[in-house]
Design a protein around this ligand. Structure first.
Ligand code: AVJ
Length: 322
C-alpha cells in the first residue's frame, strides 16, 4: 500500500504491465528483495489459493466460514440496518452469501476485486439468488483510492474477510481502516476476519503444507514475471520458505535463491542473487483479539463486538463509526 496520498500517481498514467514491471524492479533492486503479495493473484494464483483453502493444514478459511455460520444470527441483530455491503477483495465471492442471507435489508452489493472475471461470476451468482439486490462490481485494487458508485444507500457495511488485513503492516492496516471509514461514511460498520496468534508449529504448517501447494502459490509470482515481463527465472533455483517471526507476530513467506545467479527481466534489466538470499513475498500478521481491537480504535472505529471460534484460532470483529 502506498504510504503517501499526495505523491500517489494517478493509476491511468501507467498501464498495468508498466506498474507491475516498475514494482518488480523496485522490489528486486532493494537491499532486501521484496515482491508485493497482491501479485500472486492472476488466474493461476487465485486457483492455487482456492486449493490452499482446502488443505488440511490451512485452517483459516474453514474456521472463518464455520464461525460466520455460527454467528450469522448475531450479525443479523447487530447489522440489521445495513442497506449496502462493500466487500474488499471479494475473490470467488462465496463468503458473502452467509452475510447476504442474514441481512434482508441489503439492496446493494459492491464487491471490489482486481479480477474482472471473478467479479462477473460473483455478480451473476448474487443477482440470481437475490433478485432484489443490485450488484455494482468495482474492478480495483482495494488499497487504491476508491469511490463508491453513485446511489449507494447509507448504512453501509464493509466486509473484509479472510484475514487479508494480515498482509498489511500494522501501520498500513491502520491507514486502510481509516480510508475504509471515510469511504463508508457516517453510520457505517465494518466486519473483519482476523487470524489469531497461536502455536508456532500450527502456523508454520499452514504456510508450508505437505502437498507443496503453498510453495507453488509462492513461486507463481515468478511464473508471472517470466510470462508477463519477459524474465528468465529458473524455478528450480528457488525454494519456498515460511516461518513465524515471534517479535513481529507474523508468518513471512520468502523465495530462497539456491545458487548465485543472475536473472534477466524485460530484456534490459539484470538482477543478481547470492546463494541463500531471499525474496520476501508475503507477511501474514497474527493478532490477539485485544491487539486488533486497539488497532481498529486507533483508526477511528469503535470496536464493539467480536467473536472467536471454540479453538481460539480466528476472530471476527465488528467495528462501528459514528
Ligand atoms: C489470503 C492473505 C489471507 O495470508 O493466509 C495463504 C494468503 N498465503 N497461504 C494468508 C496465503 C499463503 C492468505 N490471505
Amino acid at each position: 500500500m502506498k504510504s503517501s496520498t499526495l505523491m500517489q500517481q494517478p493509476v491511468y498514467l501507467q498501464s498495468e504491465r508498466e506498474q507491475f514491471l516498475d514494482d518488480v524492479l523496485t522490489g528486486l533492486n532493494a537491499e532486501r528483495k521484496t515482491l508485493n503479495p497482491k501479485y500472486f493473484y492472476d488466474a493461476t494464483g487465485s486457483e492455487l489459493f482456492a486449493q490452499i483453502t482446502a488443505l488440511p493444514e490451512y485452517y483459516i478459511t474453514r474456521t472463518e466460514t464455520s464461525l460466520m455460520r455460527a454467528i450469522a444470527r448475531q450479525i443479523g441483530e447487530h447489522c440489521g440496518a445495513a442497506r449496502a455491503i462493500v466487500e474488499f477483495g471479494s475473490g470467488s465471492g462465496e463468503r458473502s452469501d452467509i452475510l447476504l442471507s442474514t441481512l434482508p435489508g441489503v439492496v446493494r452489493y459492491i464487491p471490489i476485486d482486481v479480477s474482472e472475471e471473478l467479479l462477473a461470476s460473483t455478480a451473476r451468482v448474487v443477482e440470481s439468488s437475490y433478485p432484489h439486490i443490485t450488484v455494482s462490481t468495482l474492478v480495483a485494487d482495494f488499497t487504491a483510492q476508491l469511490q463508491l458508485p453513485s446511489g449507494t444507500p447509507d448504512h453501509r457495511l464493509g466486509y473484509f474477510p479472510g484475514s487479508t488485513i494480515g498482509n498489511f503492516l500494522p501501520t498500513e492496516a491502520v491507514s486502510f481502516l481509516q480510508s475504509a471509514r471515510k469511504l463508508l461514511g457516517a453510520n457505517s460498520k465494518m466486519l473483519i476476519g482476523v487470524d489469531l496468534a497461536k502455536a508456532v508449529d500450527k502456523l508454520e504448517r499452514a504456510y508450508d503444507d505437505s502437498a507443496g501447494v503453498t510453495g507453488r502459490f509462492n513461486k507463481n509470482v515468478l511464473v508471472r514475471i517470466n510470462e508477463e515481463l519477459g524474465a528468465d527465472f529458473d524455478l528450480r533455483n528457488f525454494a519456498h520458505q515460511a516461518f513465524f517471526d515471534r517479535r513481529r507476530s507474523r508468518v513471512e513467506m520468502h523465495l530462497v535463491s539456491l545458487t548465485d545467479q543472475r536473472v534477466s527481466i524485460d530484456g534490459t534489466h539484470k538482477v543478481a542473487f547470492r546463494a541463500g538470499e531471499t525474496i520476501h513475498t508475503e507477511n501474514s500478521h497474527k493478532y490477539t483479539v485485544d491487539g486488533f481491537r486497539q488497532l481498529a480504535r486507533s483508526a477511528g472505529w469503535r470496536s464493539t463486538t467480536d467473536w472467536v471460534d471454540d479453538d481460539r484460532l480466528f476472530s471476527i470483529h465488528l467495528l462501528e463509526s459514528d
